[in-house]
Each structure stands twice: as C-alpha cells, then as structure tokens.
Design a protein around this ligand. Structure first.
Ligand code: NAD
Length: 351
C-alpha cells in the first residue's frame, strides 16, 4: 500500500429520525444556552418551530440567509446576534443557511449546531464561500467548521423532489472528484464509494416516495459521507467549472452541479480508471453514460441552456475555466473544455 496522510476534521455527528429533538442536549454539551436560529426566508416557519423546541435556550430567529452568503446579510445577522446576546447559532437548512452560520462563526467563533435539510454537504467542511460586490471569495479556517451536525432525515421529507435529485447529484460530485483527488487516501475513497452507493440506491426510492424515511435516511447518510470527502481532499475540474458557472453567470448551485457531473466525469474518467473503478461498476461500466441516464431517469435538468446560460456565454466560460491553472487528472485545454461546455449547454449525452 502506498503512503498517505489522512486528516479528519473534528465534528460530532448525531444521525437519525427524530434527532432534531435533541438540540437542547447538544447546546448543553457545548455549555451554551442562548442560540440564534438561522434559516432562509423559505424555511422561516421551520426555524420558528425549532426555536419552540429549545426550552427557552433559543433567543430568536434570523431568517434572511441568502445563497452565496452576501457579506451584507452577515452584517445584519451579526447585529441581531449581538442585540439578542446570543452565544451560539443553530442553522437549519441547506448550504445557504449553513454558510451564514459559518460566516458568523468566522467573525466571532460562535459554536455552531447545524441541522442540514439538503444534501449539499457544507456542514462538514471548514470552507466558507461569501460574496461582496458581486465577487465570490472562499476562505478556510477551523473556526468555520461546525461543532455539531444533527442529521434528522424527517426534516428532509419536505425537500422538493427536484431539489432532492439535484442536491444529491451535487453530493455525488464531491465524492467522484474526491476519488481522483491528488491528496486522496484510502479512508476518503472508502467514504466516497460508500456515499455514492448510498445515494444511488436511495434516490429512485426518494423520487418514487419522498416521504419514505428509510430512503431519506440512506440519502442523508450518503450526503454526509460525500460532504466529508469534500472537506478532506482537494477538488478539480468539476468543482472549478461549477464555481465559474455559478459565480460568473449566476447559475443555481445544485442544478449546475447536476448538469455538469456526467460531462466532467466523461472528461476525466479515462485518466483515473482505477481510482473510479468502484463507482464505474456501480453505474454499469461507463461512469459518464451511467450518470447521464441516471440523472435523466430521475428527471434532473440536463442542459445548461435550461437553467439560464446563454450560448454566447460559452466562449467566456471556457476562457475563465482555464484562466487559473489547477490540478486535474487530465490536463485542461481550452478547446476540450469548450466542447465539454457545448455538450452540457445542449444537454446531449457526454462524449
Ligand atoms: P440552499 O441552501 O440555497 O437551498 C435552496 C432552497 O431550498 C432554499 O430556499 C432553502 O430554504 C430550501 N430548502 C432547503 N432544504 C429544504 C427542505 N428540506 N424543505 C424545503 N425547502 C428546503 O441550497 P444548497 O444547494 O443546499 O446550498 C447551496 C449553497 O451552499 C451555495 O451557496 C453553495 O456555494 C454552498 N455550499 C457550500 C459548501 C461549502 O463547503 N462551503 C458546500 C456545498 C454548498
């Protein structure tokens, strides 16, 4: 076996149906008693309901979390945090809400309890992406990593089927890139293969019956593993391309990942055959083709043109994608990236 370095991030993970009822216990473990509950406007009611379960150990709700963590929103949340004398945050929601909790913790080191309701995986990474004046920057720090993650599958049954599918494909993308990461190791690869397998088995059942708690549990378990891989090793072409498309063309996060995944897999799969062998077999012997038909069968969006990218943007997207060099198993050339983007824009089977 080759030598490797495995660096795990410390986090307490509480998993299972009904675990969101244990938040008071988790606050007590952290020796905190004045939590500010965070959510997006769409989940404000869930946040208020959660506040009511805290036996007086919550001081209020800030429900204006916004995609890509605008610094102005964090400023507003910090004011509320200070005015209410909060000593911790509880974020209930997806990557947008979790991003706000991380941004607060990055400024004041408040302990975070996170209750994820999507499969994006942000809750187990020490990474924060935030935007100011339209520019997205990324920072990484131990203070950003949430202290406690409470995965309650019961809270994911309300995640609309379309978002469940795209969010789960977003999670799979973390694992698939983790498998060929330069700093991969046997532990992250174990988690990546198991995470993709769990999501692959769970998703058709989630689509068929979104209230199926067994399927929801399996999907959330897979999402946790895939997110952990994202937090532990470096990402490559897929994440760089999605970052460019999201940041420069304002495309929605999960949908962009879902559309791009078969195409980035097609680009890289011949350069990482042995690293991808387990997931390739899982998807019928051709990872890219298998991912594409899997996404199509689940009703995922397949074309960038359907989520707001103009054909005239493709040249600039390809230029931006190759501007800053980064590691990838296969060398990145602008012409090949332009072809990849053309296929993803049109939604054709990846080549
Ligand atoms: P999101 O958090 O933006 O959620 C999308 C919408 O779905 C929101 O309105 C949300 O309130 C709603 N929603 C979430 N869960 C729901 C549920 N169970 N029921 C009903 N509605 C629900 O989407 P996301 O894809 O989870 O997160 C995207 C953001 O997270 C992006 O800004 C991305 O950059 C960031 N992200 C960061 C990391 C990281 O490690 N830093 C990792 C992944 C994603």
């Amino acid at each position: 076996m080759e030598s490797f370095v495995y660096s795990g991030h410390p986090a307490r993970v509480v998993f299972g149906v009904g675990t969101s009822q244990s938040l008071v216990t988790e606050l007590e473990r952290l020796k905190k008693s004045r939590a500010l509950v965070l959510s997006t406007p769409a989940q404000a009611e869930d946040a208020e309901a959660l506040l009511q379960t805290l036996n007086g150990q919550g001081v209020g709700v800030f429900s204006n979390a916004t995609m890509h963590t605008p610094v102005g929103v964090t400023d507003d949340a910090m004011k509320v945090f200070e005015e209410l004398g909060a000593d911790s945050v509880i974020a209930i929601g997806g990557g947008s809400t979790i991003g706000l909790g991380k941004a607060i913790a990055y400024r004041n080191d408040a302990p975070q309890i996170v209750v994820p309701t999507t499969y994006a995986g942000s809750e187990v990474t020490p990474i924060l992406g935030q935007t100011e004046n339209g520019v997205k920057t990324t920072v990484s720090s131990p203070s950003i990593l949430p202290e406690v993650v409470v995965y309650d599958p019961a809270l994911t049954v309300g995640l609309p089927v379309g978002m469940s599918v795209t969010s789960a494909l977003n999670a799979m993308a973390h694992a698939i890139e983790g498998l060929y990461a330069q700093n991969r190791n046997p532990i992250t690869s174990l988690m990546a293969n198991e995470g993709v397998k769990a999501l692959k088995l769970a998703l058709p059942r989630v689509v068929q019956d979104p209230n199926n708690l067994k399927a929801r549990s399996q999907a959330l378990y897979g999402a946790w593993l895939c997110g952990t891989v994202l937090g532990a090793v470096g990402m490559a072409l897929h994440h760089k391309l999605c970052h460019t498309l999201g940041g420069s063309f304002d495309l929605p996060h999960a949908e962009t990942h879902a559309i791009m995944l078969p195409h980035t897999a097609a680009f890289n799969q011949s350069a990482a055959v042995s690293e991808l062998s387990v997931v390739t077999e899982l998807f019928g012997g051709d990872l890219a083709a298998g991912l594409y038909s899997f996404a199509a069968e689940l009703g995922a969006p397949l074309a960038l043109q359907d989520i707001g990218l103009a054909h005239s943007d493709l040249d600039r997207a390809a230029q931006l994608a190759v501007k800053n060099p980064y590691w990838n198993p296969r060398p990145i050339e602008q012409e090949a990236i332009r072809t990849l983007l053309q296929n993803a824009w049109a939604g054709t089977q990846p080549t």
